[in-house]
Design a protein around this ligand. Sequence first.
Ligand SMILES: Nc1nc2c(c(=O)[nH]1)N[C@H]1C(S)=C(S)[C@@H](COP(=O)(O)O)O[C@H]1N2
Ligand SMILES: [Mo]
Length: 335
Amino acid sequence: MLIKLRKRWELKENQTTSESVYLNRRSFLKKAALGSVVLSSGMVAGCEEQSAEATAATPVKTPLSSLDPSAKYYPATRNESYKLDRELSLEELATTYNNYYEFGSSKNIHAKAQSLSIRPWSIVIDGMVEKEMNLDIDDLFSKIEFEERLYRHRCVEAWSMAVPWTGFPLRKLVELAQPLSSAKYLRMETFNLPDVATGQKAHWYPWPYIEGLTIEEATHDLAFIATGIYGKPMPKQNGAPLRLVTPWKYGFKSTKAIIKFTFTDKRPVSFWEEIQGSEYGFWANVNPEVPHARWSQATEQPLGKSERVPTLPFNGYADEVADLYKSIKGERLFT
Ligand SMILES: Nc1nc2c(c(=O)[nH]1)N[C@H]1C(S)=C(S)[C@@H](COP(=O)(O)O)O[C@H]1N2
Ligand SMILES: [Mo]
């Protein structure tokens, strides 16, 4: 018999709303008409894996960091400019309560994510750049200085955490890429390996995971490429070997396991925007006063805490980033 003991901090299914539950009915029907959606009795638009597995958290040991060729860069010096107004989340929670739909739509994907091979790993830089590049990440890491930053993270589902990321400002990668002045956006793409990441066999999702930022956002000091967390190389479930972190935006913007950076003059359509653009927009800046279509964004549930706390404008980074949006009119900046 499976006995489920829910720790006090754990979120009940009804306390947060999964991003997956509300696939756009129109695109669903379109795909169904094309024959690409297999209807099964248990499937209500993305409700796979709502089984006991979702709460049977058996913490998996992160692979020995000494096996990671980048282990020598850890721990990196903390950049003290980034202060938190709250305690750090427990590492055990931040590395076992994840969103990573490539490995399934439950929070408990950390074991499955171990099947991703993260070496060799190269990233392509292409599009509107001086010269397209294909970089081995260990070469890239050897040229870039790592630092540690304490950031808040706010998922659109209204849970949050505060973690020490290690990595480098995204701006450094933009400088390396030398974009042309015609480039207005940076598009980021994750791997597409359905045999390894079995969530990608769910063909009603628009794989691969895509995200995008304006060049102004991408070169803002807070935009960060994280390669590690808690003073160690990134666990696979958190987006190894490198992921985006934009702490003033909802968490779905911070795409994991990036393989390609494309500079473009066309605004990228991101993964969640493609699925349900009216609820998950391009901008996705955190704003407690602008509710999600189906729930309030006024408060959030920090991992490991029993009390909800108020959500802050731009997730507490308004002084740093509000100016980026001053002159933008007629856009849904907060969903
Ligand atoms: N490739 C990819 N990146 C992703 C996601 C995903 O499903 N696939 N989920 C996003 C969401 S919704 C959140 S909240 C964060 C979660 O990051 P964490 O698991 O490190 O907490 O990753 C984001 N990046
Ligand atoms: Mo999220």
